[in-house]
Design a protein around this ligand. Structure first.
Ligand code: BTN
Length: 303
């Protein structure tokens, strides 16, 4: 599934000879495999000193050097895939442990929330993280908020539209999280957190790219995300740490919102984030709605 050469390549050049020795194959075989990796969509560069991944690529070696926490059990770095959610789902049903990570260079069927497409050209950050939480289903919204808060911390840009969209200071979307759960009755068999973060600005008025706010490396942002998320996830089921982290980056509370939920639509002021992670909306007649899942539209301009 993933050539072991992917585990060896780094951000600094390694000669064909040394890679050949490590893998126990000929230099010609290394050259052929490099060519194949490029065809699969990996950003492999070659020069007089050998081969390397483009600096900043979210590849295993560069990631292992930066992220030293305990969240990851195994990490796959793939070229172009349909969706990292599909790849990790297969691993999850085959028994992969919590902390399995699938990162892809690009996706041709990236999924967003509510059946939307997630444009995933090469150069962005697309990954899915497998969780096997021991908490009751009621705690799942907090996991989803934790992912949003970790994204905001990791990038240091913008703020959060409930539950976990990262918006830039103009209200354009930088990143989103797709949470897919596999339930068995009341038990959570596993949870997949899928994160998509734009780096180059997409050609959509409503979206932004992190590159617009200063150059950051994808692997560094991924590592920061894992560290921040780990911290919040470990604090569960106690909600306070997650709610506090989310509130630090909040762009939602106090604003007029439209919200569409499976039960219908509502308009009002987003009055508070509740302790279970739901959003309290108060409409013009003072009626309160507690929303635990839905799509928020922030009304009114951004400063
Ligand atoms: C959203 O609509 O805001 C959620 C977007 C989630 C996109 C990510 S990219 C990695 C993972 N694989 C997918 O197909 N979707 C998620």
């Amino acid at each position: 599934m993933m050539d072991v050469l992917v585990l060896e390549l780094d951000e600094d050049y390694l000669s064909g000879e040394s890679l050949a020795a490590k893998l126990g194959v000929s230099r010609v075989a290394v050259h052929k495999r490099i060519k194949k990796l490029r065809q699969e969509g990996y950003p492999v560069e070659s020069g007089p000193l050998g081969y390397r991944f483009a600096p900043g690529a979210p590849a295993p070696r560069p990631l292992a050097r930066r992220y030293r926490g305990g969240m990851l059990t195994n990490a796959l770095y793939l070229g172009k895939v349909d969706s990292t959610q599909n790849v990790i789902r297969k691993l999850a049903s085959a028994g992969a442990p919590e902390g399995s990570l699938v990162v892809a260079e690009a996706q041709d069927a990236g999924r967003g929330r509510r059946g939307r497409q997630w444009l995933s050209p090469s150069g962005g950050l697309y990954f899915s993280l497998l969780l096997r939480p021991q908490h009751p289903i009621a705690a799942l919204p907090l996991v989803s908020l934790a992912a949003g808060a970790a994204l905001a911390r990791a990038t240091g840009v913008g703020g959060l539209k409930w539950p976990n969209d990262l918006l830039d200071p103009d209200g354009r979307k930088l990143a989103g999280v797709l949470t897919e759960a596999e339930l068995l009755g009341e038990e959570v068999r596993y949870l997949i957190l899928g994160v998509g973060l734009n780096f180059e600005p997409p050609s959509l008025d409503t979206a932004a790219g992190l590159d617009e706010f200063g150059r950051q490396e994808r692997v560094e942002v991924l590592s920061q995300f894992l560290a921040a998320f780990e911290n919040l996830y470990m604090a569960l089921p106690d909600a306070a740490t997650v709610l506090e982290a989310w509130t630090e980056h909040d762009y939602t509370i106090g604003r007029e919102v439209n919200i569409s939920t499976p039960a219908g639509a509502a308009r009002g002021v987003a009055a508070a984030l509740e302790s279970d992670g739901s959003l309290l909306i108060i409409n013009a007649r003072g009626k309160k709605h507690r929303v635990s899942a839905g799509e928020v539209e922030l009304i009114g301009g951004f400063a």
